[in-house]
Design a protein around this ligand. Sequence first.
Ligand SMILES: Cc1cc2nc3c(=O)[nH]c(=O)nc-3n(C[C@H](O)[C@H](O)[C@H](O)COP(=O)(O)O)c2cc1C
Length: 214
Amino acid sequence: MESQLSDIRREYKKNKLAKENLSSDPFEQFQHWLDDALHSGEEEPTAMIIATVSADGHPSTRTVLLKGLENGKFIFFTNYESRKGQQLAGNPYISLSFVWHKLERQIHIEGKAVKCSPEESDAYFASRPYKSKIGAIISPQSHVIRSRMEIMRAFAFEAAKWAGQTIKRPDNWGGFAVTPTRFEFWQGRESRLHDRFQYTLEKDGNWKKERLAP
Ligand SMILES: Cc1cc2nc3c(=O)[nH]c(=O)nc-3n(C[C@H](O)[C@H](O)[C@H](O)COP(=O)(O)O)c2cc1C
């Protein structure tokens, strides 16, 4: 039976937002919502879709996992020579989107990404499972390969090479730290009259909080 995409819809009625109930600090508000998501039964509550832009202005998106929120910076890890890594090297502006369907919520964040220090990347790399470390070493992420066999062979070879040793982080793999200049908190409401609030960073360093039309 052909599915009728146009018929798929549901009402959002789980919650609502009022300006006075939102923290004046968007990081604190983010932490509240992340805590809710972590307890919501959402499959991947730390998954975020990140958008980057190529040198010729073409946007692209993919999912990564948030691995830290430290000193006002959102941290994720990846291959620096991947498509996203190359795009960020040319244009550091980035947006992050969290979508938590069970809570009928989304958060959008815009800001600038810089590479984490080698020490920060080393510390996170050291915490990864053995096989993930090998995978990070052997995968030329986002580059064309001939076959899955090619990558499986490289995996077996590298795993044998490092057997019994501490695996060193490859230079082309590490973290990015995103410093936000804008946040948007979205709560689904009935009849598509959703609640939306944006926080924008002002010149004096304060965050301005405003309601947006749904
Ligand atoms: C739930 C989920 C989590 C992911 N987490 C990461 C991650 O933390 N880092 C990463 O490099 N890729 C992650 N990926 C894979 C990316 O979405 C993407 O395929 C890969 O990074 C290559 O992207 P690029 O070619 O745009 O650079 C994840 C994918 C999914 C579905």
